[in-house]
Ligand binder design. Structure first.
Ligand code: NAP
Ligand code: G4F
Length: 327
């Protein structure tokens, strides 16, 4: 039985990856940090199947201990302060977790299980103010946020440990990927949640920032398969994972509101509070390398993804309304 250690299991990607690895017969160790209230919403259905280890990406001792306890064949480093907007008001915490946390995790592996295969969650946010379109593995980085800068560090330290210590370390440069498990602060989920709430009379308006930004949005369930595939290759490498389509935030809003039979223009209000100090205007990935070398492909289209998210949010609130009416 193969053993995997995942950081960030309570987040969106960690929950899908844990499901995938359990299905493949892995023993899955899950690093969790201390929170004041339990935070298992995304993994409630598999919670008992995971081997939980307490630790924090900023605490090297806890990571060394986690690697020793789990003795993993594969390590997936998904934990991060992952919300771009928060990285301006909290640049230092973002750097400590999202940048230096990667070195902590790599050091823990190097010191305790150097032959474990390592996956780093790099990001298309590193391309920032893009210097070429579409973006591929060789496109130079130009990060536009403290988060993007931290991810560039995490990316290069992963490459460096591969080249310096001959570690099997891979970096997946993943473009935006979403799901019904996405945090409510990210634009896709904020929009699908609001469309459902407005439809059910629980909310009157939706306040958003820049509607012109373009993203290459895919489904998280498809993207975790690429993470696993990267660690099954003969040699470690870096791969772009994307859909090869780009859509504006406005298109996302249109599809979500159309799904609930409403005209978005009647509800969306532009609020400067959500406009960023520096924006990433356009992301569009070229994942030819992943398709050829990993045999990876996606199954869920952008429109189906938005519909899936709206439908799940509607279901959630309809259930909530029924429960409320019994009180
Ligand atoms: P997410 O939902 O925000 O999950 C982040 C996870 O990291 C959570 O489990 C969180 O734990 C954990 N975490 C945060 N700080 C930690 C710390 N100091 N120590 C230990 N754990 C900590 O993120 P996601 O969307 O699943 O993304 C997974 C990874 O891929 C992240 O590294 C993200 O930056 C990267 N990425 C994401 C995308 C995307 O579109 N989703 C694209 C490219 C790259 P709590 O639950 O306790 O907060
Ligand atoms: O959904 P977002 O917050 O995602 P963003 O900034 O692209 O970052 C996500 O994808 C990265 C990969 O490229 C990951 F590395 C990162 O961890 C995260 O998962 O914002 C998307 C776009 C931005 O251009 C933003 O300005 O939507 C625009 N937007 C417009 N109004 C908004 C809003 N974003 C948010 N969160 N909230 C708004 O009200």
């Amino acid at each position: 039985m193969k053993k995997a250690l995942i950081t960030g299991v309570t987040g969106q990607d960690g929950s899908y990856l844990a499901e995938l690895l359990l299905k493949k017969g892995y023993k899955v160790f899950a690093l969790r940090r201390r929170t004041s209230t339990p935070n298992y919403e995304n993994v409630e259905h598999i919670k008992e199947k995971l081997e939980w280890i307490d630790g924090d990406l900023t605490d090297l001792a806890s990571l060394i201990s986690a690697v020793k306890i789990s003795n993993p064949d594969e390590v997936y480093n998904l934990a991060a302060q992952s919300f771009v907007a928060t990285s301006w008001p909290q640049p230092i915490a973002t750097g400590q977790i999202t940048a230096m946390g990667v070195t902590n995790m790599l050091e823990a592996v190097r010191l305790s299980k150097p032959d474990a295969r390592f996956y780093q969650a790099s990001s298309s946010e590193m391309f920032g103010k893009v210097v070429e379109t579409p973006q591929k593995e060789t496109t130079p980085f130009y990060p536009r946020s403290p988060y993007g800068v931290a991810k560039v560090y995490g990316h290069w330290i992963t490459v460096n440990y591969r080249e310096s210590f001959n570690m099997f370390a891979c970096s997946g440069i993943l473009f935006n990927h979403e799901s019904p498990r996405r945090g409510l602060e990210f634009v896709t989920r904020k929009v699908t949640d609001a469309a459902a709430r407005i439809k059910l009379g629980l909310q009157n308006e939706l306040r958003l920032g820049n509607l012109d930004a373009r993203r290459d949005w895919g489904f998280a369930g498809d993207y975790v398969k690429a993470m696993w595939l990267m660690l099954q290759q003969d040699t470690p490498d870096d791969y772009v994972i994307s859909t090869g389509e780009t859509h504006t935030v406005q298109e996302l809003v249109e599809i979500a509101f159309e799904r609930v039979g409403l005209d978005w223009k009647d509800y969306v209000v532009i609020d400067e509070k959500f406009v960023r100090p520096a924006e990433v205007d356009l992301l569009l990935g070229d994942c030819t390398k992943a398709k050829k070398q990993l045999g990876w492909d996606l199954e869920v289209s952008f429109r189906d993804l938005v519909h899936m998210m709206v439908d799940e949010d509607l279901k959630k609130y309809e259930k909530f309304n029924i429960q409320k009416s019994f009180q």
